[in-house]
Design a protein around this ligand. Structure first.
Ligand code: MLT
Length: 402
């Protein structure tokens, strides 16, 4: 028996587990410390009433023999796929069929699992900094090569996103096969314009590459020129897969519901990727619970839409409090406008982890070190807007005392 030795290449823990461990240790050593957690992007507001009502009703149905349901369809119930289609796509002029939408338990799982349908020798392009899941899952599945001294994997194509390019990656000067793009971006909180995204779509179509487009933070977009879906861009259906989530949109981080869109037009080697993913999911996944999918459907009801919007606006205000507060303190800050993430330059040339320690030990505020997202994240730091309004305000006041 042999293990998958690619796992041995990943030396560190998953970034957010590492942070949790450090905070736990600090907390054990300082039991009275009142820690404000603005690290992992986990929501704090409860599920909205429309979602809870729909879930309660679904629980009642599950309690009666006449309305009980067993295994859900592996790709999602029709009622949810149809609500997603009309609200998230048709309303923006994007024409999809319901069977191009696959309901799942999370965008993280889908972003990680999608690598199953691609050959091992594809060249992977990632933004730097980047959501660590894209990198780690490709290391695990053997696409990375070796880790070099600069913190980069030898087979990956890194696309730096820095303030010099306004955190939008430049088209690679070599041929790549799988391109991970995330907009609004995690971790920088920055966005891409329709024109810039069109350049990526053209590149992918010309080079037979596939764009894996993570739009988990789409609900935070306020700017009209920022696309909500890559399928708003002409030509995207022949080169892109899109990941969406109810986590940040409607507080489903603990409830788990998301979806992935793979158009039938997306073919490689004459094969529809939609069919490969359908086969993969049918074999390895048993669907999202009926109760959860009824809850997700309610996000699109009139009440649901209104309530979800209120919560997003609440987080948006927090983002503004952090962004403006830090700016007034002289920090260089980015993101926040179309995103729940605030990306800042560390002061005094501190490394990301040095600043993490200074914040935790000095004022008991937890954030995420930029270097944890990749080499170009060094010297940066991420804060989230998902805390309570009171704690968010207090965090900025505490940082002012540093
Ligand atoms: C983050 O903090 O980057 C997110 O919570 C990660 C995730 O959604 O898995």
């Amino acid at each position: 028996m042999k293990i998958n030795e690619n796992f041995l290449k990943i030396q560190n823990n998953y970034l957010f587990s590492d942070i949790a461990k450090k905070v736990k240790q600090y907390s054990a050593e300082n039991p009275d410390a009142d820690i404000i957690r603005l690290g992992i992007g986990d929501v704090t507001k409860p599920l909205c009433p429309a979602v809870c009502d729909a879930m309660r009703k679904a629980v009642d149905e599950m309690s009666q023999e006449s309305t009980f349901r067993g295994y859900p369809p592996e790709w999602g119930y029709d009622f949810l796929k149809s609500a997603i289609n009309s609200n998230d796509f048709a309303s923006r002029g994007v024409v999809l069929s319901d069977d191009e939408i696959f309901v799942s338990d999370g965008a993280k799982s889908d972003c990680g699992n999608i690598v199953d349908i691609f050959a091992e020798d594809n060249i992977v392009a990632v933004c730097d900094p980047v959501y660590p899941v894209y990198v780690d899952t490709n290391v695990m599945s053997g696409r990375s090569g070796e880790l070099s001294g600069d913190g980069k994997w030898s087979n990956f194509c890194y696309m730096p996103c820095t303030k010099e390019n306004n955190f939008v990656p430049e088209i690679p000067d070599k041929k790549v096969d799988l391109i991970y793009l995330c907009f609004p971006n995690n971790p920088t909180g920055m966005t891409i314009s329709r024109d810039d995204l069109k350049k990526w779509v053209d590149y992918a179509n010309e080079n037979e590459a596939v764009i894996l487009y993570d739009a988990a933070y789409e609900a935070f977009i306020t700017d009209d020129n920022v696309p909500h879906s890559i399928f708003e861009i002409e030509g995207a259906k022949t080169c892109a897969i899109e990941f969406r989530s109810f986590s940040k949109t409607a507080g489903f981080t603990g409830t788990r519901c998301a979806y992935t869109v793979i158009p039938h037009e997306l073919k490689r080697n004459g094969t529809e990727l939609n069919a490969l993913w359908a086969r993969r999911q049918a074999t390895k996944f048993n669907g999202v619970s009926y109760v959860t999918q009824r809850g997700a459907e309610a996000v699109y009801s009139e009440e649901g839409k209104k309530q979800v919007r209120e919560t997003i606006n609440y987080y948006r205000k927090n983002a503004g409090v952090i962004y403006n507060g830090l700016k007034n303190l002289g920090y260089e800050v980015f993101g926040a406008v179309n995103s729940p993430y605030i990306w800042l330059k560390t002061p005094d040339n501190l490394t990301s982890w040095e600043f993490f320690d200074r914040l935790l030990k000095g004022v008991q505020v937890v954030g995420t070190p930029g270097s944890g997202f990749g080499p170009s994240g060094e010297g940066y730091f991420r804060l989230t807007a998902f805390g309570s309004a009171e704690k968010t305000k207090e965090a900025v006041e505490r940082i002012a005392k540093l």
